[in-house]
Write a protein that binds this ligand. Structure first.
Ligand SMILES: C[S@@+](CC[C@H](N)C(=O)[O-])C[C@H]1O[C@@H](n2cnc3c(N)ncnc32)[C@H](O)[C@@H]1O
Length: 252
């Protein structure tokens, strides 16, 4: 589905991707032990879906992303104590410098599949203070692969314009198990949390959300996509989202 996160894709991302809700953020914080004096580092931060809610729970969030337009979307939110840094997974090894406060948590939300997974897990785990954690957060399935009848309509619309859409961005349980094994092989300990939440959605939100998952060449067909989804207008639609958090820690 994706080619890049630049330009209009980033704008759709800012407008149509949910921040982690308050109760789920509290759960993540409690499970990872992030404390008020810590720094959190959010790698592949996008427009701040994890960085912004986490800022309430620590002294600062260092939000890292290689796409300037995604970082611009996050900066435009003007959230205190969220510092935007242009960089990617390869920069983690360079961050082994003392910060003003310890790094209590590294989060990677819906982004690890873009990175060198084992190297990133190893480098992230090496950055956190004793007792700190790395949290790999995924939310799935992608809206267009969900089981509800309206989601089948969305999938059919996408496929009629762009061909088969099967990639799930490694949000499935086999990717979770693979990553767990990967961390174990690196000598790291793991724990998994999962929960499911349902969100009401509108046709306009669905169209915007799809825009956030399409590359610039695909966005040229947004009007056609919107027309194909018009029959859903007025329908009561709920999106069920399963969040998985793989918590990784170094041996202590
Ligand atoms: C699907 S978005 C996830 C954004 C946000 N974390 C979330 O949970 O919605 C993936 C993000 O990873 C970033 N990304 C892609 N390759 C990356 C890499 N090698 N290292 C760090 N971030 C990367 C993209 O620019 C994009 O902002």
């Amino acid at each position: 589905m994706r080619s890049d996160f630049a330009g209009s894709t980033a704008q759709y991302y800012a407008g149509y991707r949910r921040d982690l809700p308050t109760d789920q953020t509290a759960r993540l914080v409690a499970a990872t032990g992030l404390s008020a004096g810590d720094i959190a580092l959010d790698l592949g931060c996008g427009t701040g879906q994890l960085a912004v809610p986490l800022a309430e729970h620590c002294s600062a969030v260092v939000a890292i992303d290689p796409e300037p337009d995604m970082l611009a979307g996050l900066r435009a939110r003007r959230v205190e104590r969220v510092v935007c840094v242009l960089g990617d997974d390869r920069d983690l090894a360079l961050l082994a410098v003392p910060f003003a406060a310890p790094i209590g948590l590294v989060t990677i939300g819906n982004a690890l599949h873009w990175m060198d997974e084992p190297t990133t897990l190893r480098n992230a785990a090496a950055l956190v203070r004793p007792g700190g954690a790395v949290a790999v957060v995924t939310q799935g399935p992608p809206l267009w692969l969900g089981p509800a009848p309206w989601q089948r309509t969305v999938r059919n619309a996408l496929e009629s314009l762009y061909g088969p859409v099967t990639g799930n961005c490694r949000t499935d349980s086999s990717a979770l198990e693979e990553r767990r094994d990967m961390a174990t092989a690196l000598g790291l300990t793991t724990e998994v949390l999962t929960w499911t939440a349902a969100y009401p959605v509108t046709v306009d939100w669905v169209i915007g959300h799809l825009g956030s998952a399409l590359g610039s060449d695909q966005l040229t067909r947004m009007e056609e996509l919107a027309a194909l989804l018009e029959p859903l207008r007025g329908e009561a639609m709920m999106e069920e989202v399963t969040t998985s958090v793989l918590i990784v820690r170094g041996q202590e």
